[in-house]
Design a binder for this molecule. Structure first.
Ligand code: PA5
Length: 466
């Protein structure tokens, strides 16, 4: 399978885009840290269990492929119930590797069930789903690593009730479950009922879990090549383990981004020029935000580290965001992701009427148009002095997509080392989870509930209804 990624970081440098970019002295400052970062990445490899996923899942992959085949044969729909890292990888995979109107294709062309990811508890969204699926003909993949997440547990309760009311004892046949091997409420439930389930391995946090059953079952159900996805990740791992900057795109990305953060570039925009990669930008946003947004560093100093990720889409956002990127503050870095060869070659025909000054477009192609617009935008933001970099995927498939996912995971982990923070916890997310437990009346959270219910607006006159 083809699938190379080309990285071009030259527009991160002052020589290319001017004073608001990384100059030699700043680069050298980052370079001085690389040895230490590499040492930490090597020493912590064991604890970063997600780095072993491309290599240590033979049995799991077999089980997933079996389950995928069974689901493709038996069910009309497949719904992922999960949130955050338990959902975004599946969304990204689905969009990157499947037909853009997959769910609308005839069943024979799809070859498997329609696919949905339900990562919200909006009652209108949940109720709306039942207008388009028959739950009896639907497989649900319930994913929560902690096994306690309110959003996923309530969805699980709703679906189980609906299924058991309709199917009786057989309701479990529509449920596939992925959770931690030892802890959490969901684990207790599967153990108490003796249900088979998939495991999120120890040391694989939600946002790093796309290449374990969390995302791989979706891939198998969609008929994707799970092994090619993992082979792509392995190929990128081999590159991203190298000590030298010029041979390791993850270290170079992390160095340039963390140095840029010091210069006040607080925003990281990811702008793919391929519709299929729009949800990948969403996945990146969680990875970058939750991993690097930390109050303290490893030594306990208050640092308020992090960089706000923003997703954009070429060419769509050329007409909504680019004005800001070109002429606004020097607080952003843009990663453009391009696809060399799209699955389709689509010509621009001549129109059956006079198109006046647009006639030069006839006979060219949409492929050339999107590539030209990407190149033009890169030129424009560079001329405006804004730091940017380009990742070009020669062909988007499971193999190259596995590479892309793994590159971003490694870059994030390396950025954590440059910043000397823990990229793998999420105390800020936990705080919100605790407040939700309190507001929903969970035992043990009474004190927090009291605190929240007695909180008053800090300033009179700032809350009103119109
Ligand atoms: O990256 C993370 O750890 C989080 O985004 C989690 O994936 C998210 O909070 C859901 O957690 P869980 O899988 O435990 O339900």
């Amino acid at each position: 399978m083809k699938g190379n990624l080309t990285f071009d970081f030259s527009n991160m440098c002052a020589q290319a885009v001017g004073a608001h970019a990384i100059d030699e002295s700043r680069f050298e400052r980052g370079q001085a840290l690389v040895g230490e970062v590499h040492k930490a990445m090597c020493e912590k490899r064991g604890a970063m269990a997600w780095r072993n996923l491309p290599y240590n899942q033979e049995e799991v992959v077999e089980k997933i492929e079996r389950a995928g085949k069974e689901i493709r044969k038996k069910f009309e729909n497949f719904v992922v119930l999960g949130i955050g890292g338990s959902a975004l990888g599946s969304k990204a995979l689905f969009s990157a590797c499947c037909h853009p109107f997959y769910n609308e294709l005839p069943a024979a062309r799809r070859g498997g069930p329609r696919f949905y990811v339900l990562d919200n508890v909006d009652p209108d969204l949940l109720s709306g789903l039942f207008d388009v699926i028959d739950v009896e003909k639907t497989a649900f993949h319930v994913i929560t690593k902690s096994g306690n997440t309110v959003e996923t547990m309530t969805q699980f309760m709703l679906i189980s009730r609906m299924l058991s009311d309709r199917l009786g004892e057989k309701f479990k046949e529509n449920l596939y479950i992925t959770t931690d091997k030892a802890t959490g409420i969901l684990k207790k439930i599967v153990d108490a009922n003796g249900w088979e389930h998939f495991i999120v391995p120890d040391g694989v946090g939600g946002r790093f879990s796309v290449l374990c059953p969390v995302g791989l079952l979706s891939a198998a159900v969609l008929g994707l090549d799970v092994r090619a996805l993992l082979a792509g990740a392995a190929a990128m791992d081999e590159v991203c383990c190298r000590p030298g900057l010029e041979e390791n795109p993850a270290y170079l990305y992390a160095l340039l981004y963390t140095q840029a953060m010091e210069m006040g570039a607080n925003i990281s925009v990811v702008m793919p020029y391929a519709n299929a990669l729009a949800p990948t930008a969403e996945w990146y946003c969680q990875l970058w935000a939750e991993s690097l947004g930390k109050r303290t560093d490893n030594a306990g100093n208050v640092v308020h580290a992090g960089q706000t990720p923003v997703r954009a889409l070429g060419v769509t956002d050329q007409h909504s965001q680019i004005q800001l990127y070109n002429e606004g503050p020097f607080d952003k870095i843009i990663t453009f992701i391009e696809v060399g060869q799209f699955k389709n070659q689509l010509g621009i025909p001549s129109a059956p009427f006079d198109v006046y000054d647009s006639s030069y477009l006839a006979g060219q192609s949409f492929n050339k148009l999107i590539a030209s617009e990407a190149a033009a935008t890169v030129r424009a933001v560079s001329d405006a002095g804004k730091m940017n970099n380009r990742i070009t995927i020669d062909e988007l498939n499971e193999y190259s997509f596995g590479k892309l996912l793994f590159f971003f995971e490694m870059a994030t982990a390396a950025a954590g080392e440059f910043l000397k923070i823990n990229a793998f916890d999420q105390p800020g997310v936990e705080a919100g989870k605790i407040a939700t437990y309190a507001l929903m009346g969970r035992a043990g959270y009474e004190e927090e509930a009291r605190r929240l219910s007695t909180a008053k607006p800090a300033r009179e006159g700032f809350v009103f209804t119109v």
